[in-house]
Write a protein that binds this ligand. Structure first.
Ligand code: UDX
Length: 444
């Protein structure tokens, strides 16, 4: 059984460690000792289908342990680096976690015989593994890369909410390396892990592998901003709706139907950060990044654009009570990083609206940010009660169940802004004003 280490136990690290432990011996490490301790007890606050059961299985079989002590990684054949790379104000990425983890890994490599391979899964701009990671490792291990240890880039494409499925059934594996031995070790690892169902392994150099991750995320982000732009066009046409446009576009296999859902813009820990990082990186290479700047600008302005749809119909929102339903960056998660709902709330506060907010999972995390600026509600029905406008930010089943009658019965002045297009305008016609993203006018 191959033995591996996974360093950094956020979404990617915890899911990766739990999946690999099905067939490998895995030590997961996080600098936060309390996180390692609770994972050792089988507990995680990540909301991922099948994650808890995989953790319990791995721990029970003795194939999975968690630690905060780098000494516990000595002897591991492959060391996956999954620490975070948050945004800097400049749009670039903060490499401090990469640097401190890499420097600690140097001591592990110093003590490990054979040819341990450090695999960078964290999202880093091209050149980071080759220049920063490799250099720090060589310095702190006092060994030569490509001779005594290896380095690979192996970006991760998992989505929150389907992290386990995506890890167990990836579309592709991108394997970047600058030496054949490192690539051989990682290729062997994945062939052992996936067996007959191994996906296509795209082998390339370190920098290209790093770029593939940014290119993939920026392309998907471009699709989302593109359809949001088409939505803005549809809103100006008397009978158009962006759903029909997206559906017909998606039937063309060259375009594809996924990531064409108009909405409040993209959020989460990757798209906004990675688009900005690619802009900063490519701009530094004197490449014209106006395409990506437009993607980012459409996304940054989408929350205020949405509110303007409601304001055109209802007038100014000052003094109005606005119910915001759905606070996480997409449905099915409690993650509020770069959530568009928080952006909308920020604008609503500036406009002098009173806020009632609800999310079945993310409410407590939002309370830590907003404090007494909002009223926190127990359910969707509670949230819309007494309000002048209901803003639907996520496509949660609980929100889909709401009927025009519910809005009529409970709201003070019924009106709905549907940022996810979950309601059929025909159901609302003549009853409750409905403003849907990517659709002209409003229905009375
Ligand atoms: C994303 C990438 O999909 C994944 O490959 C990468 O590893 C990490 O970043 P994730 O952040 O989990 O995954 O979210 P994703 O499901 O891709 O959605 C990102 C954002 O785009 C969300 O805010 C979502 O609501 C929005 N989105 C997505 C749309 O507005 N419309 C769409 O059609 C698709």
């Amino acid at each position: 059984m191959l033995s591996v280490g996974v360093i950094g136990l956020g979404y990617v690290g915890t899911s990766t460690a739990a999946c690999f432990a099905r067939k490998m011996k895995v030590v997961g490490l996080d600098a936060d000792d309390s996180k390692a301790k609770s994972l050792n007890a089988g507990s995680t606050d990540l909301e991922e289908k099948a994650l808890s059961s995989l953790l319990r299985h791995g721990l029970a079989r003795g194939c999975l342990t968690f630690t905060s002590d780098y000494d516990d990684l000595v002897g591991a054949e492959i060391l996956f680096l999954t620490v975070g790379t948050p945004s800097l104000i400049s749009g670039g990425i903060d490499l401090s976690q990469i640097k401190s983890a890499t420097s600690a890994l140097g001591a592990v490599i110093h003590e490990t015989d054979g040819y341990p391979v450090v695999v960078v899964k964290s999202t880093v701009v091209p050149g980071t593994t080759r220049k920063v990671v490799r250099e720090i490792l060589e310095k702190s291990s006092r060994k030569k890369a490509g001779v005594k240890f290896g380095v690979c880039s192996n970006p991760e494409f998992l989505q929150e909410g389907s992290a386990i499925r995506d890890t167990l059934h990836p579309d592709r594996i991108v394997l970047g390396s600058d030496d054949t031995r490192s690539a051989r070790v990682l290729r062997h690892f994945y062939r052992c892990f996936y067996g007959k169902s191994v996906p296509e392994i795209v082998e390339t150099d370190l920098d290209t592998a790093e770029l593939i991750k940014y290119a993939s995320n920026a392309f998907l982000a471009t699709k989302v901003s593109f359809i949001n732009l088409m939505g803005r066009v549809c809103e100006k046409l008397p009978r158009s709706n962006v759903g029909d446009v997206a559906h017909a576009m998606g039937l063309d296999p060259r375009i594809g139907r996924l990531f064409l859902e108009a909405g409040p813009g993209f959020g989460g820990s990757c798209f906004p950060k990675d688009t900005k990082a690619l802009i900063a990186y490519a701009n530094g290479l004197h490449v014209d990044v106006s395409l990506l700047r437009a993607v980012d600008r459409i996304n940054e302005t989408q929350p205020s654009h949405l509110l303007s749809l409601a304001e055109k119909g209802l007038g100014r929102l000052v003094g109005n009570t606005v119910a915001v339903l759905g606070l996480s960056f997409k449905s099915g998660t409690k993650d509020i990083r770069e959530s568009r709902a928080l952006k909308i709330i920020e604008i609503l506060i500036q406009k002098g609206a009173r806020l009632r907010i609800y999310d079945s999972k993310a409410l407590e995390d939002v309370r830590k940010i907003l404090g007494s600026s909002a009223t926190y509600c127990k359910s969707a029905l509670d949230c819309i009660s007494g309000s002048d406008l209901s803003v639907i930010m996520n496509a949660e089943p609980e929100f889909k169940k709401l009927k025009p009658d519910d809005f009529l019965r409970l709201m003070k002045r019924p009106a709905v802004l549907d940022a996810r297009r979950i309601y059929n305008p025909d159901d609302f016609k003549g009853r409750v004003p409905l403003f849907s993203v990517g659709q002209s006018g409003h229905v009375r």
